[in-house]
Ligand binder design. Structure first.
Ligand SMILES: Cc1cc2nc3c(=O)[nH]c(=O)nc-3n(C[C@H](O)[C@H](O)[C@H](O)COP(=O)(O)OP(=O)(O)OC[C@H]3O[C@@H](n4cnc5c(N)ncnc54)[C@H](O)[C@@H]3O)c2cc1C
Length: 670
């Protein structure tokens, strides 16, 4: 018997599951996991000890070497290896918030010129910013000098890599953008970029073991939580067994059970007498909630089950998302027999495990998600940044962060640098240069260049560049970024999942609405867990939506919630949910959890237009995103926000357009 077997049984969670010392102990809240790499959100390099009181202006003293702020040159600097609160980590957003609140003048009062020469400055080092660097260099030639500024401690933006060390093994996880969705349907420019970066989509057919979970009899589960449904209960076999069997024993009334079974299984036309086009138009104008209750005749008691089925794609519940969108996204409950056609989902509009018939399987996934695409681009742009030549070897290549901003190179990526002012030198209609002022290590610097691409978020650009025409600024502000949490939990084993027969759990009422084992992808020398005794990453998603508010207000409220929630609360909720979901499989959070990384994306997905919350504009008018992305003098606008589409292909396509709009000046070198 191992010491673990002698543990006391897990006590019941207290009513509010918070601050009960005995329950906290059972959850493992005091266990020495690596989350404490972070002190107030500031990264501490491995091995470095941060003594209390040794902070300079909010930064650890050791970041200032020889008087220069250059954390990236520390050999221990390795952001992917940090755990704790990541995503929009502390230190990445405070300056931008100060700028938004009218403090830009104070921030840049003592700005000094860097005296560097660049042809292009790009604000934002996500997929779009990196793609803009790629396209510009392709057009202007290899001698073009490009500076990419990003406020985070890592490049890639939402395409974020999380690493864990468990039992001598490195585990990879995606802290943000998960997969390339349907890359065969990308635009020619985006396909060319992927190919040039080294991505070969067909390689995923062998890298992603689509039989891994089915062959081990693992499938979808649903977790009903006590607070929402009256009792904790995990069902298994969803989508594989008859729904009556799946729901047997679930804490649901007979009526709810009947309604769910009907919606999932019966072919029924709930809008008889209408053509397909008329049905689609009707569905577009009502919420999915209203469709279920008022058209499909579902009891309102069933709504808590459905409330968050739209959360992973829309960061919002079914109260504010049209009844057409779940169908377009591949969800089928309540649509069987409606004859809505299969012309949708459109390419690049869906994230989720179950492709509708005829669509590419959802397999275009690197172990660190789209972070590998960012890393491939960086390897292409910056000599010596990462070893290797293929999409396989990028997975385990270690990026040399000291190389990213090397004066010897033409493309430079400057992290930990928040742009606070972008302004033409003179009249925007005739100016030949633009000043970009940014803060780095508490100091303001100005760099001057003939071209600027804003590949940061629209909501930032509106403040960053106050000389933009007011209607354009307002258009930028109209799309509210969708807040999201992607938590990665490194487990020492996944015995409990295996015992329960689940690899994916929908939890409609819990803190996270989705919890799933990582995708079974092996690339290069990186191998997915082979047996349940192997360590693994569990991925959990939370959209902090607030039913009852208008869609944009839900996002604003969700963002406020994320920024106000300390890591400890998120950790407790994570442990509590896993303990209750997997308790039947003998999961012990104190024993089985090795590390937790919460990727908090207060500014997550680009705002997408759903026909219920954003009906099409009147004829002759354009969507705000189109107005927001108009070029302005020597400044053009990239980022997935510019396409109102939260996908890598949008980020790339918008970069392609933004670089093209820089115009003849790019090729003539003016
Ligand atoms: C949790 C999550 C999951 C996702 N999953 C997928 C997926 O599976 N597939 C998919 O295709 N897409 C996914 N997306 C969408 C993703 O946003 C896009 O695919 C793409 O990565 C966006 O790239 P971007 O460069 O446009 O924006 P971002 O990645 O947001 O990059 C913009 C960068 O600009 C920086 N910035 C902002 N202001 C400033 C400033 N003032 N100074 C300097 N830098 C600044 C930002 O901090 C950020 O680093 C996901 C997004 C999120 C949040």
């Amino acid at each position: 018997m191992s010491p673990d077997d002698e543990r006391d049984p897990m006590p019941d969670s207290p009513p509010d599951s918070a601050h009960d010392p005995a329950y906290d102990r059972a959850l493992g809240m005091g266990c020495p996991i690596s989350r404490r790499d972070f002190v107030n959100g500031m990264a501490v390099a491995a091995g470095a000890v941060l003594a209390p009181g040794r902070m300079l202006g909010g930064h650890p003293w050791w970041l200032f070497q020889d008087g220069e702020y250059a954390p990236e040159r520390d050999p221990h600097y390795y952001p992917p290896g940090l755990t704790g609160l990541r995503g929009d980590h502390a230190g990445s957003f405070e300056v931008a918030h100060q700028m938004r609140d009218g403090g830009a003048a104070a921030l840049i009062a003592d700005a000094r010129p860097t005296r560097e020469t660049f042809d292009l400055v790009i604000v934002g080092g996500g997929i779009s910013g990196l793609a803009a660097a790629y396209f510009y260099r392709k057009t202007a030639g290899p001698s073009a000098r490009i500076l990419v500024l990003d406020n985070h401690d890592d490049f890639g933006g939402h395409a974020k890599r999380n690493e864990f060390q468990v039992g001598g093994q490195t585990l990879l996880g995606y802290g943000g953008a998960q997969s390339l969705d349907g890359p065969d349907n990308y635009s020619p420019a985006a396909k060319a970029l992927l190919a040039d970066a080294g991505v070969v989509p067909k390689r995923f057919y062998t890298a992603f073991d689509q039989q891994f979970f089915p062959s081990r009899h693992l499938g979808n589960g649903i977790f009903f939580d006590r607070e929402t449904f009256g009792a904790d209960h995990l069902t298994t076999g969803a989508g594989a067994k008859p729904w009556a069997d799946v729901l047997a024993g679930a804490p649901l009334s007979e009526r709810v059970r009947r309604d769910l079974t009907r919606l999932y299984e019966e072919e029924h036309d709930y809008l008889p007498g209408l053509t397909r086009a008329q049905k689609r138009a009707r569905l577009a104008r009502m919420s999915y909630r209203d469709y279920l209750v008022h058209v499909a005749g579902v009891t309102p008691d069933a709504i808590p089950y459905f409330q968050r089925i739209t959360a992973d794609l829309w960061c919002a519940g079914i109260d504010v998302i049209s009844a057409l969108s779940p169908y377009n996204d591949g969800f089928r409950a309540g649509y069987r027999g409606m004859g809505l056609g299969d012309e949708d989902p459109a390419p690049g509009t869906r994230i989720g495990p179950t492709p509708p018939d005829g669509e590419d399987p959802y397999i275009f996934h690197f172990p660190d998600g789209n972070a590998s695409l960012a890393r491939l681009l960086v390897r292409r742009l910056v000599p010596g940044a990462a070893a290797g030549t293929t999409m396989d070897d990028i997975v385990t290549a270690r990026v040399n962060y000291a190389k990213l901003d090397d004066p010897a190179h033409t493309v430079r990526i400057r992290l930990n640098s928040t742009a606070v002012r972008v302004r033409h030198v003179g009249d925007p209609t005739s100016a030949r240069e633009v000043d970009v002022t940014y803060l780095r290590g508490g100091k303001a610097w100005t760099v001057r260049a003939p071209h600027v691409v804003l590949a940061c978020w629209n909501s930032v650009s509106a403040y960053l560049c106050p000389e933009l025409p007011e209607p354009q600024r307002q258009a930028m502000l109209s799309g509210v970024k969708e807040p999201f949490v992607y938590t990665n939990v490194a487990l020492r084993n996944w015995n409990a999942w295996s015992a329960l027969g689940v690899n994916f759990v929908y939890a409609p009422g819990s803190y996270y609405s989705i919890a799933e084992l990582d995708f079974p992808v092996s690339l290069g020398t990186y191998h997915f867990a082979r047996t349940p005794a192997d360590p693994i990453v569990v991925h959990m998603m939370r959209a902090p939506c607030k039913p009852g508010l208008a869609r944009r207000d839900q996002y604003r409220a969700g963002r406020a919630e994320l920024l106000a929630t300390p890591f400890e609360v998120m950790e407790r909720n994570t442990r509590d949910q896993l303990a209750r979901m997997l308790g039947g499989g003998q999961f012990d959070p104190a024993r089985d959890i090795a590390a937790i990384t919460v990727n908090r994306w207060a500014h997550g997905y680009a705002y997408e237009y759903d026909p219920y919350s954003d009906p099409p504009p009147p004829k002759g008018q354009v969507r705000p995103c189109v107005m927001a992305r108009q070029p302005f003098g020597r400044i053009t606008i990239a980022n997935s926000d510019a396409g109102a589409s939260a996908y890598a292909n949008s980020a790339i396509d918008q970069a392609h357009r933004a670089v093209a709009e820089l115009g003849r000046a790019v090729t003539s070198g003016q």
